[in-house]
Design a protein around this ligand. Structure first.
Ligand SMILES: Cc1cc2nc3c(=O)[nH]c(=O)nc-3n(C[C@H](O)[C@H](O)[C@H](O)COP(=O)(O)OP(=O)(O)OC[C@H]3O[C@@H](n4cnc5c(N)ncnc54)[C@H](O)[C@@H]3O)c2cc1C
Ligand code: SF4
Length: 522
């Protein structure tokens, strides 16, 4: 026996904070010959300044998972953040555990970012303990599967990947044909929404004693991190995450598709699932969610446009983004195709702006650590791209601020899809729009001090001039992109006077940002 009462010769299994379900490192092991290690470490909580609610969610979910494992007979060495012996990093804690427990082997499931994988690769040398880094098979497309699909293709189109995944997993297939007769029902899924008293709300999970302890710890230790802990009501167990999934399938899935791109003031969730934090932390299983969505369609409980849209997000986009992240390598983060260098405006950390759409999306994000896809893409992402914000700074903001943000999914979404930093690998054209799109898909403009129909003048919606300025200044890089032909044709129809006025309006707006005292927030 070692000092801790652990028999030498055990396998030590480190579970990371987002490995809270059925993971390859633990599966099939004998609890009697396994020592589980879980650690709350300052380095992971602070390498970017994560939203307080994100840290609280993960620490509480980890504590609940440790308790559940112990109940099932596993020995868990749990190192809390405020444990005086806590070494502060994964590596320090792995080295300490190996020294104290003398395991025969160390096993880990591959971490979700290059930074963590590099650490994992150093542990065998540092500890002298043979280390197995196992694939993360919670995903539906492994690294070699993605390579097999991608190798030799000129364009890595998500739509092609998604169809291959549908066929491979037999999801929403009628024999060899797509269910409902089409692969993609996206064009049915762009309806704005009206206020609706019957709109479903996600379930609320008031903090129990474990979560309350964590909330107090986070409030004290991470006081300078962005975001609020007030009203924290995220699920922190697989059971409660499952209850939210049941709730989504019963009440929101049927209209998920219709209003997937809609935004409404004060309505934070619309018909979205609000399951991404649970899915990404391992509290829910992606294939199970896809199958349940399909079952709802087959049973006539949800229409094909909703079910196909939902399955596409998980089986398509989620897996595709992960594939891109690992395929493109650790330097993907440095890409900056449009050569953008402006810092993010300080109001991204306060919500204090008179642009109603941004105030709403950022305000909600600071309060809850969540915003839905179109808020992320067409409000905060769109504005950052139009003003020429540095894609790395934008990436850092998204990684910090969202409860579901892990680099494998956040980086390709932000740098690739939202900021066009990879020059068109993920998206075939930049996701930019004037205020018109936001007005069509939301009611934000109705309460905004700016006039969404004006391009110039003191009351003109800033998105309008910024949009045309973006088009004009990137002609060299984007002018030959076939999908950008229409905006360039329209811009060329503007009179010279109009073009000059629009560009001057944009320049004024950008100058105001540059002059703001918080422009150099970082
Ligand atoms: C700039 C930007 C950054 C983003 N960062 C993240 C992130 O850090 N983590 C994250 O999980 N998602 C991210 N997304 C994708 C998407 O916004 C969120 O997955 C979604 O808003 C989560 O809310 P939900 O569970 O209600 O999703 P729903 O709208 O209900 O969608 C269903 C599920 O599909 C998956 N999904 C949907 N869209 C995407 C996508 N583009 N990429 C990957 N998975 C997707 C999610 O798992 C989600 O739970 C980002 C999108 C953008 C534009
Ligand atoms: S008018 Fe412009 S700034 Fe105001 S909410 Fe609409 S799009 Fe946003």
């Amino acid at each position: 026996m070692t000092d801790n009462g652990t028999p030498p010769g055990d396998t030590l299994v480190l579970l990371l904070g987002d490995q809270l379900g059925d993971v390859s490192s633990l599966r099939g092991r004998d609890p009697a010959a396994t020592q589980v290690l879980m650690v709350e470490v300052a380095e992971e909580a602070t390498y970017v300044r994560h939203h307080k609610a994100k840290i609280a969610f993960l620490f509480s979910a980890m504590r609940h998972r440790a308790a559940a494992l112990r109940t099932r007979g596993w020995r868990v060495r749990y190192v809390a953040l405020d444990d005086p012996a806590n070494g502060g990093s994964f590596t320090a804690e792995v080295v300490r555990a190996c020294a104290e427990l003398s395991p025969a082997r160390l096993a880990v499931t591959e971490g979700g970012e290059w930074r963590v994988r590099a650490m994992q690769e150093s542990w065998q040398t540092l500890t002298g303990v043979p280390t197995d880094i196992l694939p993360d098979d919670r995903f539906l497309c492994g690294h070699s599967d993605f390579a097999a699909w991608a190798d030799g293709r000129r364009d890595l189109l998500m739509e092609d990947f998604y169809r291959a995944m549908r066929r491979r997993h037999g999801l929403l297939m009628d024999g060899r044909e797509p269910a409902g007769g089409r692969w993609n029902f996206d064009r049915d899924n762009r309806k704005p929404a009206e206020r609706d008293l019957m709109m479903p709300r996600p379930l609320s999970f008031p903090p129990n004693a474990v979560t309350r302890d964590v909330l107090a710890l986070v409030a004290e230790r991470f006081a300078d991190h962005p975001g609020s802990l007030d009203g924290f009501d995220w699920a922190v167990t697989a059971e409660d995450a499952g209850a939210q999934a049941d709730h989504f399938f019963a009440h929101a899935l049927p209209r998920f598709g219709d209003h997937e791109d809609a935004m409404l003031l004060g309505e934070r969730h619309l018909w979205h699932s609000i399951l991404s934090p649970y899915l990404n932390a391992g509290l829910l299983d992606p294939l199970d969610l896809c199958r349940r969505a399909e079952a709802a369609y087959r049973a006539g409980r949800a229409p094909i446009n909703s079910v196909e849209g939902y399955v596409r997000q998980i089986l398509g986009w989620r897996e595709y983004m992960r594939g891109i992240y690992w395929r493109e390598g650790p330097n993907y983060v440095d890409r900056n195709f449009l050569d953008h260098h402006r810092p993010l405006p300080g109001f991204y950390w306060t919500g204090d702006t008179d642009m109603a759409c941004l105030a709403e999306a950022i305000g909600q994000t600071l309060e809850t650590a969540h915003a839905h896809h179109i808020q992320r893409l067409m409000v905060t992402g769109n504005y950052a791209l139009l003003i020429g914000a540095d894609p790395r700074a934008v990436h850092q903001w998204y990684l910090e601020i969202y409860i579901d943000a892990y680099e494998w999914v956040e980086l390709p979404n932000t740098l690739g899809m939202s900021q066009f930093g990879d020059g068109g690998l993920v998206g075939t054209k930049p996701y930019v729009s004037s205020g018109k799109y936001i007005d069509r898909m939301s009611d934000y403009c109705r309460s905004c001090r700016y006039d969404v129909n004006a391009r110039t003048g003191a009351d003109a919606c800033p998105f309008n001039a910024l949009y045309w300025d973006f088009i004009a200044r990137h002609r060299e890089r984007l002018g030959r992109n076939r999908r950008m032909a229409m905006p360039y044709r329209t811009w060329d129809r503007f009179s010279e006077t109009e073009q000059r006025a629009v560009r001057a309006q944009a320049a004024d707006h950008l100058a105001t940002l540059d002059a703001a005292p918080d422009a150099d927030y970082r």
